[in-house]
Design a protein around this ligand. Structure first.
Ligand SMILES: *Cc1c(COP(=O)(O)O)cnc(C)c1O
Length: 388
């Protein structure tokens, strides 16, 4: 068996050793509850607050604008539900896009059953939301707009600055799901017209089960978890202090290495895209090219075969990829993102996402370029749809 190749970094990443080293003493030595008044608690509370400062600095925020959560899903839920419930007297209209993560879309569906009115903005063939469309859709009763920074399936980077500017002019709050972009793309909340922003540590080489929500000073939210008084009564529950400390270290490292890492990874990305499109007949790239695409994202549709078939064959060779998103694989529905950019069900089914990370090498990319065209040719030879 040769070395395995991991190309599913959009689903999750490993914890970097520097991050693990930072976390380890906090499992055993420094274990106090940061809400406790004794020295064990105070010691941990100090580190939790230092982590808050680090994360705030990485994002251009103030420390008190950072709320710790259990990850991207909870941050998205708290942003939408928390804002909707606290501000429903002003209106009940919420705008989002048709290509958001399910943490947003399913929360919107639930809110719509509770009497909120949701508009889903369409996207163009590369996955971009049109700011003019947003402008037309805002109504007097619109309270919140939620648009992701970068799409987890096709890598499209949305024009959040322009979208946020429109929201600001119209007095509407703006939430951004930045789970795929935090650590990868520059984020300066001092200047960005964004009111709420979600991040999750396990997407940038930190631990799973910990995230943060940026809540701009003055934005009112209603808590969705009730209990203790943590996070200034906004998010009850004993702090995952080990996770918080790991998240801060991981984000700090990611931001400091960002430019260099993006240069390397986007070169590998383009090598993979160009190679796949050249070697596989009747294949197409989903999402844009160049600097409006996440530096680590490749998503291709390959006609006449199923993404799941390609995944299984790649997995047998030790290569980990994804079809659509991790959340939809396992179900037979084609990806809502691929349908939203205008693919047919049939073509959407034949899609593969390969998401790169900092440990991937050119040799690994070349290995994929060697084996995937063969897998495709074999699957097509068995496909009744293909008359090659
Ligand atoms: C992974 C992801 C989430 C969910 O984050 P978790 O920390 O896994 O709950 C939300 N939004 C996007 C865009 C993601 O990629």
């Amino acid at each position: 068996m040769t070395e395995k190749i991991y190309l599913d970094h959009a689903a999750t990443t490993y914890v970097r050793k520097e991050v693990l080293a930072e976390m380890l003493p906090f499992f055993t030595e420094h274990f106090g509850n940061p809400m406790s008044v004794h020295s064990f608690g105070r010691e941990v509370a100090k580190h939790v607050e230092n982590s808050r400062e680090t994360i705030a600095e990485c994002l251009g925020a103030k420390p008190k604008e950072i709320m710790f959560t259990s990850g991207g899903t909870e941050s998205d839920n708290l942003a939408l539900r928390g804002f909707a419930y606290a501000n429903s007297k002003k209106g009940k209209h919420i705008i989002t896009s048709s290509i958001e993560h399910h943490a947003i879309l399913h929360t919107c569906e639930a809110l719509s059953k509770e009497g909120f009115d949701i508009t889903y903005l369409p996207v163009d063939s590369e996955g971009f939301v049109d700011p003019k469309e947003l402008e037309k859709t805002i109504r007097p009763d619109t309270i919140l707009v939620s648009i992701m920074h970068a799409n987890n399936e096709i890598g499209t980077i949305e024009p959040i600055e322009e979208l946020g500017e429109i929201c600001r002019q119209r007095g509407v709050a703006f939430h951004v799901d930045a789970v795929q972009s935090a650590g990868v793309l520059p984020l300066n909340l001092k200047e960005l017209p964004v009111d709420l922003l979600s991040i999750s540590a396990h997407k940038f080489y930190g631990p799973k089960g910990v995230g943060a929500l940026f809540v701009r000073n003055g934005i009112r939210l209603k808590p969705i978890l009730l209990g203790g008084g943590q996070e200034r009564n906004l998010r009850a529950g004993t702090h995952n202090h080990v996770g918080i400390i790991g998240m801060a270290k991981a984000l700090e490292l990611a931001v400091s290495e960002q430019q260099e890492a993006n240069l390397c990874i986007s070169k590998l990305r383009d090598r993979l895209i160009d190679g796949l499109l050249e070697k596989i007949p009747e294949s197409r790239l989903n999402g844009p090219r160049g600097n409006k695409r996440l530096p680590n994202n490749v998503n291709v549709s390959i006609k006449y075969i199923e993404g799941e078939g390609m995944l299984l064959h790649l997995d047998m060779l030790g290569i980990a990829a994804s079809s659509g998103s991790a959340c939809t694989s396992g179900s037979l529905d084609p990806s809502h993102v691929l349908l939203a950019i205008g693919l047919t069900h049939e073509i959407a089914h034949g899609s593969l996402r390969l998401s790169l990370g900092k440990e991937n090498t050119e040799a690994e990319i070349d290995k994929v370029l060697e084996v995937l065209p063969k897998i495709v040719a074999n699957l097509r030879a068995m496909s009744p749809l293909y008359q090659g």
